[in-house]
Design a binder for this molecule. Sequence first.
Ligand code: H79
Length: 583
Amino acid sequence: MPRYLISAMLIVLVFSCTPNKETETESTLSAQDQRMEWWREARFGLFIHWGLYAQPAGEWKGEEVPGISEWIMARAKIPLAEYEQLATTFNPVKYDAEAWVTLAKEAGMKYIVITSKHHDGFAMFHSKASGYNIVDATPFDRDPLMELAEACEKNGIRLGFYYSQAQDWHEPGGTYWNIEQGEPHWDPSLVREPLMNYINGKAVPQVKEILENYGGLDILWWDTPRGMTEEAAEALQAVASEYPDMITNNRLYRPWPGDFSTPEQHVPPTGLDYDWEVCMTMNTSWGFKHYDHNWKSSETLIRMLVDIASKGGNLLLNVGPTAEGEIPAPSIERLKAIGTWMDVNGESIYGTEASPFFKLPWGRCTSRATGEGTTLYLHVFNWPDNGLLKLPGISTNVSSVRLLADQAQALSSRFEEGDLLIELPAQAIDPVNTVLVVECTGGLDVKSNMPSLEEGRIVLAADFADIHNPGYGTHAILKGSGEDALITNWVDSRVRLEWMFNTTESGTYSVKAQVKAEDFSKLLVKIGEEELEAEVHATGSEYSEMILGEINISETGDLIMSIRPVQEDWKGIELGTLTLEKQ
Ligand code: H79
């Protein structure tokens, strides 16, 4: 593709990232909208990381290799010739494509994305372009991706292939993690060649193969544009462009629009303007790692899917099958639990749109436009003790409120001071997430409940914080709600908190916090460019209200305040409500 076309695509990206849709050309918008239609409806897919790395499974020569298992070749600096030996024994005889696809389908997933070639360079499909592939280089005389494509076709599941287009640790022209820093490849026997040798000799031919031979892919999932050039991106995009119905992600090059963006291992705090898909592991590694037992609970995963849907995104949830070809039992258990929930509640996920509310302390909301108005699905994570569920700042006509799991039961509701109050049964039907269906007729007007300046104060409750926990590490936990909400277990110094708030007045504000600390700690409060380093002294076992200091807010409007530990002075604290007080 010529350079000017790439530039034109980037311009389209810039425009399509802005809410002003009128700036897009109609044809661009409708072609993209058309191919994205099923994906936006689907909301939930299965990511599969499967390759030679499943065999060492995080261990090399008796040593545990830290990090994600598919990176073992780079992390343990394994020479090519040694890593290649894995192929000679890779024989996943227990592989059953139909079983994998059925498992995904029963979990409520609508699509699957599988690694056709990861950074290690080994193709999990039959490739004429490189003999380093599962059919030609292993005793397993089958093409597992062909079998998967057939099972997907049979079961009505959409299929995508992941292809690591830049990093290929096996090729003289492929890139690797530190190539941009000028570091050599760890294996000196790999005599370097230009990137384009690899792109033209392997990546382009293999991408052609996967697009031609597997019945037409629904998604092509690029990864890590490390060391990519515009020329390389153009060559690969030219192949992808032959398939206008296929969706691609934003990782071909940087910056690159693709059809959707790809937050990895974290859920963005609010919705994004562009289509987006969170990719997430169930434990910590993507590829199978035999001693990675850090499993997220089914409850966490169900709520994560709902959280993402409430912000208008998709979830691509990962499994890492073993070298024998089996999906690990803890993953199966979780997929089944999600499936049980989706069987009853899928309607509140598929094809829904983002929540019209800023935040709901008791859970999340997804919505759907109907002929008569809007259906709101209220996902109640925390069942209120007083039996009343408050939907804040809403004005509409409510024609009915029902439990999604038990439609026969109509619930009473009333408006009070601009809020909708719903009378709930004494107990949640599902302690993880009980869904209510609120049918609204006519218009729907929601007044934002974003914390804002009132009578000189902005109150930032702990349950309005976005907790940014590290992918690997101890996670801070929110307990309680409203005035009683607390952030507990904030011991990892990489955890940071963020609040969105609105102010109509710039100037100096004092920052007050309810804190419990057993030891001295330091933290950094930041709003815009302004920073405040604050000391927290030991409070003993009780909470106490303390003034952290003063901070200048130079702008008005919607702003973000973040709090992060000062790494060297962090013993851990618990945090209740924060208040900004105009001086
Ligand atoms: O396929 C999965 C990851 O292998 C891949 N993307 C997802 C979907 C990915 N490749 N690179 N990254 C993600 C960025 C993370 C790189 C790291 Fe590292 C790997 C950080 C820690 C381990 C490289 C190796 C840098 C430090 C060690």
